[in-house]
Design a protein around this ligand. Structure first.
Ligand code: TYM
Length: 388
């Protein structure tokens, strides 16, 4: 689906897009040294995903940090549409959200949109998507998010938190706005047409729950941006602060082009893949290398278009110097794709082994993450009705 000539919507997105052009079209700002320094001045360290501009653009991230510094109530918000098992692209923003949660001590509201994925899918029972939500929560738990500060809303089960807010949002949004923003057509089912109000509602929920204007920061992939543009447009008129965003680039799949996506299982690495399967997927990956080892030595490879290199850069190499060494060794023809894939495959397999151990243990305590009765849902104030 084309969105303003750039193929990116919440449901379809490329990974090797022109990210600078994209944010111009979306009207977001590039993340600059000034926001990075501000964050560092607060948390006293930096994160690889920030230093390397994996999180590369934002709206009001600076204002959010200033609000935090001045002691205003702040929270985080992110989410997942459970359409299948979790893959490494999905956990990328969650790893960063966890880091922010730890460093800033903030509550994180996490939305599981089992309704969205049912409405969006071509087939499958609703119960399947609901069950997947619980599967996906195991990944959040395995990443070590703090359950005392993480509140998961499963749309179908916790709707009372969202519906009073969504009613008011829905009245502000026309079908023509929805169509222009999300590319909906006459044949889009009406569940999908209503759905965006629920994703927007969570951005306003903290203000309702804490009874004061709460600043909300949304760390998420750039593909989710269409929701936030509308959310920000209507926030003030509904009496809420505009939520801030920080956007990550999309981890590519292991094939040619395209983001890592649940719809392309052979080029995605799922957190549930056995370490052996994941290793073999990496060994079969497309790379930016030459056709033969000889040519690679002579001409060097191109890490800028290589999903294997991007996996190191975005998730699997902590050490900046080693990453740069890998980049130039590839460019200079001193690193062959086989070696590089083997190194990545081993790292991915090790990560999965550890993650899966934590995931298995998490089965016993996912309940603690659910919002359920942790808060009093937004109260609808009764208005005195005078008889006419
Ligand atoms: P979903 O399940 O498609 O994606 C969950 C999160 O993962 C990000 N993402 C990626 N990041 C890096 N590389 C990739 N290849 C990749 N693929 C997906 C997404 O940007 C997202 O941050 N409608 C949403 C669910 C949702 C939500 C939210 C997401 C509800 N409220 C608030 C973010 C913030 C969805 O289907 O996400």
């Amino acid at each position: 689906m084309e969105f303003n000539t750039v193929a990116i919507t919440p449901w379809e997105a490329e990974a090797f897009v022109d990210y600078d052009r994209l944010i111009k079209i979306f009207g977001a700002k590039p993340l600059t040294d000034s926001e990075i320094d501000l964050l560092k001045s607060i948390v006293k360290e930096s994160h690889t995903m920030i230093r390397r501009r994996v999180f590369y653009s934002h709206r009001d991230f600076d204002k959010f940090l200033e609000a935090y510094k001045s002691g205003k109530k702040c929270t985080l918000y992110t989410g997942r549409g459970p359409s299948g098992n979790t893959h490494l692209g999905h956990i990328l923003p969650w790893i960063f959200a966890k880091w922010l949660q730890d460093k800033l001590g903030l509550d994180l509201f996490f939305q599981m949109t089992d309704d969205e994925k049912f409405w969006h899918s071509e087939g499958g029972e609703f119960e399947y998507f609901n069950s997947l939500a619980y599967e996906n929560i195991l990944d959040l738990a395995a990443l070590g998010l703090d359950y005392r500060k993480t509140h998961i809303i499963i749309n179908s089960e916790d709707i009372r938190y969202l519906y009073p807010i969504a009613i008011k949002i829905a009245k502000k949004i026309t079908f023509s706005i929805q169509r222009a923003t999300f590319g909906f057509t006459e044949s889009t089912n009406i569940g999908m047409i209503f759905y965006p109000t629920l994703q927007m509602a969570v951005a306003f929920l903290p203000s309702e729950l804490f009874g004061e204007p709460v600043e909300v920061l949304i760390p998420a992939g750039i593909d989710q941006d269409p929701y936030w543009r509308i959310t920000r447009d209507i926030a003030t008129s509904l009496g809420y602060p505009k939520p801030s965003q920080i956007h990550n680039k999309l981890l590519p799949g292991l094939g040619i082009g395209g983001k890592m996506s649940s719809s392309k299982p052979e080029t995605a690495i799922y957190t549930t893949d056995s370490p052996e399967l994941a290793y073999s997927k990496v060994m079969r990956a497309y790379t930016g290398g030459q056709a033969t080892a000889e040519l690679q030595r002579k001409l060097g490879g191109n890490p800028d278009i290589c999903p294997v290199y991007k996996m190191f850069e975005m998730l699997f190499e902590e050490d900046d110097e080693k990453l740069i060494e890998r980049y130039y060794a590839c460019r200079g023809g001193n690193l062959l794709c086989g070696e590089c894939k083997n190194a990545l495959g081993e790292r991915v397999a090790k990560f999965l082994k550890e993650h899966q151990n934590r995931r298995t243990k998490a089965v016993n305590y996912i309940e603690r993450y659910l919002i359920r009765d942790k808060f009093t849902p937004p109260i609808i104030k009764r208005i005195e009705i005078t008889p006419k």
